[in-house]
Design a protein around this ligand. Structure first.
Ligand code: ZN
Length: 294
């Protein structure tokens, strides 16, 4: 872990880093700047803990990159990561994940007046968040994928198509809306059990089935935001055990959400791009160096 102090801006940091370290001591309300790095041996959590990263920052790092990286399935031994934190309330200022194979991911926090701060990629100025989340349940394990040809249904004892993705998770696990949208159904039927169907943008729908219960106050016509809790994993309706059946529709037809390339949720608006790129360069220069040979 690297540690030094700063007052208000990155530029000051760089100045202090370069020479006048003594000046740090005389700065009022100096803030600590922390940075961390590591190499994956088993999981991200394991290597982060080894580097002294606390749980809150582990979660923050995972949240930043999870729209682009499946922390359960896509991490490989030897992948490298690093990040820098300005202050605890603002969280991670800049972060990088470098897989041994494949493209590196980078993220820089940027705040545009009147909007909440987001992490954008310095490579294309797009948000790392996609218009749709990769998964509606945190920590859910995929137990059945989308299949038009079908699979053997253990309850019905016949082969039927599976127009969705099943996530196994404990009863009561929060289910999130994968995108901003409007509730078009929040009700019960014999097959789906308690379920919620949402409409997103003009052409997309998602459905969340076999819920234990629907989130309180969720009603037809209500607007939801990406990541809002809309219900809880259960086994209602025709279900063999607790899981979420998640369906995705494009122009009214079932589609496989795992095969979709979703557009970024948003981008740094053109008038801010030069400033974002400048700030990004500053923050990225503060990332700690990887150890030699890593
Ligand atoms: Zn299913």
């Amino acid at each position: 872990m690297f540690l030094f102090t700063k007052k208000t801006s990155v530029r000051i940091c760089q100045f202090l880093l370069g020479s006048a370290v003594v000046a740090v001591l005389s700065l009022p309300q100096a803030q600590a700047l922390h940075s961390y790095h590591g190499v994956i041996t088993s999981s991200f959590r394991a290597s982060a803990q080894q580097a002294g990263v606390d749980n809150q920052l582990i979660a923050a790092f995972t949240d930043i990159f999870s729209p682009r990286l499946d922390f359960k399935r896509e991490l490989r031994r030897g992948d490298r990561w690093r990040f820098v934190v300005k202050d605890r309330r603002e969280g991670i200022a800049a972060a990088e994940y470098v897989p041994r194979r494949g493209r590196r991911l980078r993220a820089v926090r940027y705040e545009i007046a009147g909007r909440s701060a987001l992490h954008y990629s310095p490579d294309d100025s797009h948000s790392l968040q996609r218009a749709f989340l990769r998964t509606p349940v945190k920590g859910g394990r995929i137990t059945s994928t989308f299949s038009r040809r079908g699979r053997f249904h253990p309850l019905l004892r016949v082969v039927i198509p599976h127009f969705g993705v099943d996530y196994s998770a404990r009863i009561g696990t929060e289910v999130m809306s994968v995108a901003d949208g409007v509730v078009v159904r929040a009700t019960y039927n014999r097959i789906n059990g308690w379920y919620v169907k949402l409409q997103h943008y003009p052409f997309y729908h998602t459905a969340y089935c076999h819920l234990q219960k629907i989130a309180p106050h969720l009603k037809k016509g209500k607007a939801v935001k990406q990541g809002d809790v809309i219900g809880y994993v259960g086994a209602s309706g025709r279900a063999t055990g607790p899981h979420l059946h998640f369906s995705f529709y494009e122009r009214g037809r079932y589609a496989d959400p795992l095969r979709k390339q979703f557009p970024p949720k948003t981008s740094v608006p053109q008038p801010y791009r030069a400033d974002f790129q400048q700030q990004a360069r500053n923050w990225l220069s503060l990332l700690p160096p990887y150890p030699p040979g890593a």
